[in-house]
Ligand binder design. Structure first.
Ligand code: ZN
Length: 422
C-alpha cells in the first residue's frame, strides 16, 4: 500500500526550516521525500492533498502514564478495580493518539500489567493507540514515593515496595516476566509525600541492582530523581532515563553532560505548572501549592533546563499528564512550557517532542526522512509560529501511524483508493 502526500509544507524534525514538498509512504515507512511539489509520480498510490498545510512527525510523549485516569490523590489509582482500570487505560491510549501522539514512552503503570496488555492490544491492531513502550509500577523503598501504606492500613497507588538489592532484583524480574519494556525506580522522594523531593531515599546498591538486572534482560531503566544526589546516583549507576532533575547542581549537570549520548532527561513540568495554577477546583489553591513547593520547583527547573538546553543534553516532553488537573490528551501543552520556562525556540521544543522522542523510543521515527517509520501529522497552520495549534485536535487534519491514516479529514484520490474501494 502506498500513500502520496502532496502539497505539504514539510517540517522534518531535524531543526531545518520547513520546505514545500511531497512525501511518499510505502507500507509502514517513508519511501521518498521530495523538495518541491509534484516531483513524485502518483503511480498506484493513494494521493492525499495536504493543501499546503504543515506535515511533521507524530508527537512522542516521553513521560506517559496511560493508566493514570484523572487521579486527585495517588491512592485513587490503587482504588480502581483492575477490570475497570484496563478499560480506562485503553481509553487513554486512544485519547493520546487523538491528540497527535503516535508514540508513548511509559514512565510507569499504576498496576503491573496495564501498560503491557494495552500495548499488546494496540499492537494487535484491534484498538487505536500510540506505539507504547510499556512500564511496570514505580519500584520504591518503604516510605518512598508510591508507598501509601500505613502501619494499620494497606493502600495501593502506583508503587511496588522493595527494600534491599535482592528485593529490588525480584521486583525488576517480576515486571520483566510480566512483559514490560521499561523499569521505573524512585530514587528521590517527592514533595507530595513524606519522603521529600530533596531526599535521596533509594540506596546506591539498590539502584545499581535495578540497572544491572534490567540491562541483563535488555530493558531500560527510568528513574524519578529530583534531588541532586539522586540525579548523580542515577547517572553513575547506569539509569537510562532520568526524570525531573530539578535540583541538579553543576556537578550533576556535568555528569549528565558527559553521559549525554547515553541518557535522556525529562522535566515533567506540566503537573507542577498545573498544580500551581490550575488545581484550585481540587482544593489546591496557589497558597497550598506554594507550601507544597511547586513554585520553587518551577524556579529550579527553569535554571536546570536552561543549562540542559545549553549543554546539549537530550530532553523529552511529557508532563505527568493523567492527574485530575492534568487530563490525558492535553500533553502538547508541554511544548509551550519548554519555550516560556526553559528558553527553547519553538523548533527546539518540537524537536524534543519528535526527533529526540524517536531516539528515546529506540525506533527509527521522529523525523520525516526516507526509511523512517511513517508516523506523521498534517496540521492546519504553522506550529512553529504558534505551538498552541498542536493543542487543538480540530487542527490535526491527518494522524498517520505506521503508514496508515488513523484519522483524516483530507480528501484522497487515486488508484490505490479506487482499488481498495473495489
Ligand atoms: Zn510521572
Amino acid at each position: 500500500m502506498k500513500t502520496l502526500l502532496r502539497d505539504c509544507m514539510i517540517w522534518d524534525g531535524s531543526g531545518a526550516a520547513a520546505f514545500p514538498g511531497d512525501v511518499l509512504v510505502e507500507g509502514d515507512h517513508i519511501r521518498h521525500v521530495s523538495r518541491g511539489s509534484s516531483k513524485i509520480p502518483a503511480d498506484d498510490a493513494e494521493v492525499i492533498d495536504a493543501q499546503g498545510m504543515t506535515l511533521m512527525p507524530g508527537l512522542v510523549e516521553g513521560h506517559a502514564h496511560l493508566s493514570f485516569c484523572g487521579a486527585a490523590r495517588n491512592t485513587d489509582l490503587g482504588d480502581i478495580p483492575p477490570e475497570e482500570h484496563v478499560i480506562e487505560t485503553l481509553h487513554n491510549a486512544k485519547t493520546l493518539l487523538d491528540a497527535g501522539f503516535t508514540s508513548a514512552y511509559s514512565a510507569a503503570s499504576a498496576k503491573l500489567r496495564l501498560d503491557v496488555v494495552v500495548r499488546n492490544e494496540v499492537n494487535s491492531g484491534r484498538s487505536p493507540g500510540p506505539r507504547i513502550r510499556a512500564a511496570g509500577p514505580e519500584i520504591t523503598v518503604t516510605g518512598g514515593l508510591g508507598d501509601e501504606n500505613k502501619q494499620h492500613m494497606m493502600r495501593d497507588s502506583f508503587g511496588i515496595v522493595a527494600d534491599g538489592p535482592e528485593a529490588i532484583a525480584r521486583a525488576v524480574r517480576t515486571c520483566i516476566r510480566e512483559g514490560v519494556d521499561n523499569i521505573k525506580i524512585n530514587i528521590s522522594g517527592d514533595d507530595f509525600v513524606p519522603a521529600k523531593g530533596g531526599m535521596t531515599v533509594m540506596r546506591e546498591d539498590e539502584v545499581r541492582m535495578a540497572c544491572e538486572v534490567a540491562h541483563s534482560y535488555n530493558r531500560r531503566v527510568a528513574a524519578h530523581a529530583r534531588a541532586s544526589e539522586a540525579v548523580k546516583r542515577a547517572v553513575t549507576c547506569g539509569v537510562d532515563v532520568i526524570y525531573h532533575c530539578d535540583m541538579a547542581d553543576s556537578e550533576a549537570l556535568d555528569l549528565l553532560e558527559a553521559a549525554r549520548d547515553r541518557v535522556f532527561v525529562g522535566p515533567a513540568i506540566g503537573l507542577i505548572w498545573n498544580t500551581l495554577h490550575e488545581a484550585e477546583a481540587w482544593g489546591i489553591t496557589t497558597a497550598v501549592a506554594r507550601d507544597l513547593g511547586m513554585e520553587r520547583c518551577i524556579e529550579n527547573s527553569q535554571k536546570t533546563y536552561e543549562q540542559m538546553r545549553k549543554r546539549g543534553i537530550r530532553v523529552v516532553i511529557g508532563g505527568d499528564y493523567g492527574f485530575a488537573w492534568t487530563p490525558q490528551g492535553t500533553n502538547a501543552r508541554d511544548l509551550e512550557h519548554f519555550v516560556k520556562l526553559f528558553g527553547y525556540s519553538p523548533s527546539e521544543a518540537l524537536q524534543c517532542a519528535t526527533r529526540v522522542g524517536g531516539e528515546l523510543m529506540g525506533l527509527p521515527l521522529g523525523t520525516v526522512k526516507e526509511g523512517q517509520l511513517a508516523d506523521l501529522l498534517v496540521v492546519d497552520g504553522n506550529p512553529l509560529q504558534d505551538l498552541r495549534i498542536l493543542q487543538d485536535k480540530a487542527r490535526l487534519k491527518l494522524i498517520m501511524k505506521n503508514g496508515k491514516a488513523y484519522r483524516s479529514s483530507l480528501s484522497a484520490t487515486g488508484i490505490g483508493r479506487e482499488r481498495r474501494a473495489a
